[in-house]
Design a binder for this molecule. Structure first.
Ligand code: AHR
Length: 509
């Protein structure tokens, strides 16, 4: 029997009111040489399922199911001390290096060619980052030459000599990582970084004019230089780059779950602030170019549990930040993804950080099994079904009081319409921790009456329920057969407390 909701949130869905078009790259992810993301994550030559290149077949299968089309690599903080030349050529001759970012030993058994070979076989687009911490223009342009020039030059011929005849054709390049952060190797002021990013980017584009470039924004909105960093960096780089990056991690602190469930409100304001800053620089420069945003690190991350890199023992492939995610975390990840979709006009690229083990939606054990975390499900289902145009969804209904963001709507929602298939997808999170919430969506302006194909729900009597190696299917999406379109043409659903939903509708033909 369906629980009676304490209140009902109302939304109007109309295909004439669009916010933007879903760029599939908004469903990007991130592989860093950190902890066990690469080694015993995507790559483990001794694993039973490993392919001839040493990459795990079971993890590859889950990556396919996750539906991510784009993967950022190789860092992250790692990239700011990385010599990419260490990771090419005969594997036995590669140096073992001390990685300062995570105080780890890097064996360099996976490098540029291995990673880009994996993305090609997986049908993924790579997004590469260059080191603007300890290195600069020369190493960056050499890497583009190694990756993208067919042959006939020293770096491209070296790639061919290493057995990779065809160029990798990497289109998307990050100019460093979080260069505003004092923890970053080679941390710089905004002007120092902006000048370096502009000159390195120019040289990289001289090698391959077809590439797209991402300049570093702030590491997060709490940085003391936030806003001013973006303004100065864009002042230096506006003509050279295509995107400015944003990073944000969220966690529940001091038992304040209400604010945690409303993390999307912070992400929303953060994006709006950066759009305003970018448009200010555009106006000052009298430029007709509209700067796009790359939200290339976002997730739930319990940073308060991380001891800090200096406290780490010097190990190879250590277990770092392997957060186990709950139903509540899944609702927050689903809600953050909705926020990104509602900014589709300015945020075409985003990366869930990271892909495997390191705050990943996928977990794997060395020599053992792999499984889906709770957060896997909202990500995979949204990536599969939320396509086409993002529709405006103004909510009116019950509110939840939050210590950090004040009153927020209990319902967080986004809707997409795939014009090719006619499929309408409604995403919904009930942020209320106690009450069931009714959802009533008026479907207007659609060419035909719609019917519900399925309503998939992530919810649990225990909002702290998790998936583990022993119980990998504890939290999985389950169907809600009662959800339907009424005779009056309204979608009607009931959303349990702390839940995430995806409702698919199709025209009745
Ligand atoms: O994703 C983990 C780390 O978080 C990345 O290396 C860094 O860019 C960010 O601070």
């Amino acid at each position: 029997m369906t629980e009676q909701p304490a209140g009902t949130a109302r939304v109007t869905i109309d295909p004439d009111f669009t916010l933007g078009t879903v760029d599939p790259r908004v469903y990007g992810t991130f592989v860093e040489h950190m902890g066990r993301c690469v080694y015993t994550g995507i790559y483990e030559p001794d694993h039973d399922t490993a392919d001839e290149h040493g990459f795990r077949g079971d993890v590859a299968e889950l990556v396919r199911e996750l539906g991510t089309p784009l993967v950022r690599y190789p860092g992250g903080n790692f990239v700011s001390g990385y010599r990419w030349e260490d990771g090419i050529g005969p594997a036995a001759e590669r140096p073992r290096r001390l990685d300062l970012a995570w105080r780890s030993i890097e064996s360099n058994q996976v490098g540029t060619d291995e990673f880009l070979g994996w993305t090609r076989r997986q049908g993924l687009e790579p997004m590469m980052a260059v080191n603007l911490g300890t290195r600069g223009i020369d190493a960056a342009r050499a890497l583009v030459e190694y990756c993208n020039i067919p042959g006939g030059t020293a770096w491209s011929d070296l790639r061919v000599k290493h057995g990779v005849r065809d160029p990798h054709g990497v289109k998307l390049w990050c100019l460093g990582n979080e260069m505003d952060g004092p923890w970053q190797t080679g941390h710089k002021t905004a002007t120092e970084y902006g000048r370096l990013a502009a000159t390195a980017g120019k040289a990289m584009r001289q090698v391959d004019p077809t590439i797209e470039l991402v300049a570093c924004g702030s590491s997060n909105a709490r940085m003391p230089t936030f806003g001013e960093w973006e303004r100065q960096v864009l002042h230096e780089t506006y003509d050279e780059v295509d995107y400015l990056s944003l990073h944000a991690y969220y966690e529940e602190t001091e038992g304040d779950r209400a604010s945690f469930l409303a993390s999307g409100a912070q992400m929303d304001a953060y994006i709006s602030d950066i759009v305003a800053t970018a448009d200010h620089v555009r106006a000052v420069r009298r430029s007709s170019k509209r700067m796009m945003l790359s939200f290339d690190e976002w997730n739930v991350w319990y940073q308060s549990r991380f001891p800090g890199e200096r406290a780490l023992p010097l190990e190879e492939q250590p277990r770092l930040i392997e957060d186990t995610y709950s139903v509540t975390d899944a609702a927050v990840v689903g809600s953050l993804l909705m926020t990104l979709l509602r900014h589709a006009d300015r945020v075409p690229v985003a990366c869930l950080a990271q892909l495997v083990n390191v705050i990943g939606p996928i977990r794997s054990e060395p020599g053992g099994s792999s499984w889906r975390q709770t957060t896997f499900h909202p990500f995979a289902l949204t990536a599969r079904h939320a396509r086409g145009s993002v529709l405006r969804t103004e909510v009116s209904g019950p509110v939840v009081e939050t210590p950090r963001y004040g009153p927020v709507q209990a319902l967080d929602t986004a809707a997409t319409l795939d014009e090719e298939t006619g499929e309408l997808t409604v995403l919904a999170v009930n942020r209320d921790q106690e009450q069931h919430l009714g959802l009533r969506a008026a479907l207007r302006g659609l060419a035909a009456p719609y019917r519900v194909v399925e309503h998939l729900l992530i919810a649990d009597d225990d909002p702290d329920a998790v998936n583990t190696q022993a119980e990998p299917e504890r939290v999985t999406p389950r169907p809600v057969p009662q959800t339907a379109v009424s005779a009056e043409g309204e979608l009607e659903a009931v959303l349990p407390p702390v839940s995430w939903s995806l409702i698919r509708l199709t025209p009745q033909r």
